[in-house]
Design a protein around this ligand. Structure first.
Ligand SMILES: C[S@@+](CC[C@H](N)C(=O)[O-])C[C@H]1O[C@@H](n2cnc3c(N)ncnc32)[C@H](O)[C@@H]1O
Ligand code: SF4
Ligand code: SF4
Length: 403
């Protein structure tokens, strides 16, 4: 992808139209056809090489004249919410809003366009979410389009696992790489924290049947103050079911304060995860590998699309104040180009002297916004980040010494 520089304008010289670049001083002669190819509002506009198929010479002239800058597209992952209808009522559900259980606005054609736009802009991994995605009658067609037409490399789908339909799973198996089934409790005796009664048993049965049909499936518990200490029980459940496990951390506002872990709970979690990590896997989303970074990637490498087509920097940030635009109203590249980047770790005062800052990247922006009221503020789960990365590095050093 190429971005036109901002110091360009169409000018007229002796009755001829030119495209002037006031930075490099270059001039390119225009014609009606050339102006049509370039379109309107060209300052900072994005182009693909293919946009110039009718006039490759124009592309060469723009490149030679320094009008263009090649842009490395950083977008890699998107959450796509295919419905906001759901048969459950989980406490703290991030996708709950005024559209919950209203008729779906977007059609299969809308989602086909959305998936193509995502792929065109570099997205390789799509997680289908909702609402409950398996409620959508055309979910198979959406997944087929994602895999076969949009050529999404990794297509995951998250479900509450309460609506098993064998035929649907057999069809999904052709297109979906893996299902993640959200699990709340960890045994029939202790079956729920956030989810509706009876959902645990259904989800476990769902996992067993999907596994039997040969579609890769994992369990996905959400951790919070009330179940953090039971992390070992979830691990046990994953071993019993013989499926992988991955955790997410409940992201919520201070209204759900009974669910927000204390620093002591977070320290326990960091210690547990590092102990587990000796086996080579860390099953907590966002903490699974050492990677140099200045931010969590929200709004730059990751975006979330709602069931109305609104784009947000992250699925945990579906807050009207953070909306970047609507993908059905404006091309995605324009939305991304005009979006104000979220502050990175170098913009967060408290993180400046932290020795872990380029591993942590300042932590989770959604938590900072929801609990501390601003992106500029530090992640309220800083103690987890700090403890985890310190232990991770120590363990890495020790294992290198042992070699
Ligand atoms: C919104 S649900 C949609 C898919 C499906 N209905 C389900 O429950 O799996 C996707 C995942 O987000 C998790 N989730 C929902 N609200 C959350 C929150 N506030 N913080 C962390 N995870 C959350 C759910 O537990 C689930 O694993
Ligand atoms: S099942 Fe999923 S979408 Fe439905 S309320 Fe629970 S977390 Fe939200
Ligand atoms: S560990 Fe804490 S202080 Fe350090 S970068 Fe992360 S959030 Fe900031």
């Amino acid at each position: 992808m190429y971005q036109m520089c901002k110091a360009v304008a169409f000018i007229e010289l002796d009755s001829e139209r030119y495209l002037a670049d006031f930075e490099s001083g270059a001039l390119i002669k225009m014609s009606d056809k050339r102006e049509k190819i370039l379109g309107e509002n060209i300052q900072g506009k994005y182009y693909e090489k293919g946009d110039f198929s009718e006039d490759p010479l124009l592309f060469a002239e723009l490149e030679d004249g320094g009008y263009f800058q090649e842009v490395i597209q950083p977008l890699s992952t998107a959450y796509v919410h295919v419905t906001n209808i759901c048969n459950l009522n989980c406490i703290g559900c991030y996708s709950y809003d005024r559209t919950r259980n209203c008729t779906d606005k977007l059609t299969l054609e809308n989602y086909s366009y959305i998936l193509s736009e995502l792929a065109k802009n570099g997205v390789e991994t799509v997680t289908i979410s909702g609402g409950e995605p398996l409620i959508r009658k055309d979910i198979i067609e959406i997944c087929r389009y994602a895999k076969d037409k949009a050529k999404i490399s990794v297509l995951n789908l998250i479900t509450n696992g309460t609506l098993y339909n064998e035929e649907q799973i057999k069809q999904l198996k052709k297109y979906v790489d893996a299902l993640a089934v959200s699990i709340d409790g960890y045994s029939t005796e202790n079956s729920q924290f956030l989810r509706d009664a009876g959902s645990f048993q259904k989800a476990v049965e769902f996992v067993r049947r999907v596994k039997e049909l040969g579609l890769p499936v994992s369990i996905l518990p959400t951790l919070h103050k009330k179940n953090i200490k039971a992390i070992g029980e979830y691990m046990k459940l994953s071993r019993e079911l013989q499926v992988p496990i991955s955790f997410s951390l409940l992201t919520c506002s201070g209204e759900l304060k009974d669910f927000i872990p204390t620093d002591q709970d977070l320290s326990f979690l960091a210690e547990y995860l590092c102990e587990y990590m000796k086996n080579g896997v860390v099953p907590l989303q966002d903490y699974s590998e050492l990677e140099a970074r200045k931010s969590c990637g929200a709004g730059s490498s990751i975006i979330s699309v709602t069931s109305e087509g609104d784009i947000y920097p992250c699925h945990m940030m579906h807050d009207t104040n953070t909306v970047m635009g609507n993908i059905l109203e404006r091309p995605l590249k324009e939305i991304l180009y005009n979006a104000k980047p979220l502050p990175n770790v170098e913009d967060i005062e408290k993180c400046q002297n932290c020795e872990m800052k380029y591993l942590c990247g300042g932590g989770c922006k959604a938590r900072a916004l929801l609990i501390n009221g601003s992106w500029e503020k530090p992640d309220p789960y800083c103690s987890l980040n700090m403890d985890f990365y310190k232990r991770f590095l120590k363990e890495k050093r020790n294992s290198e010494k042992r070699k």
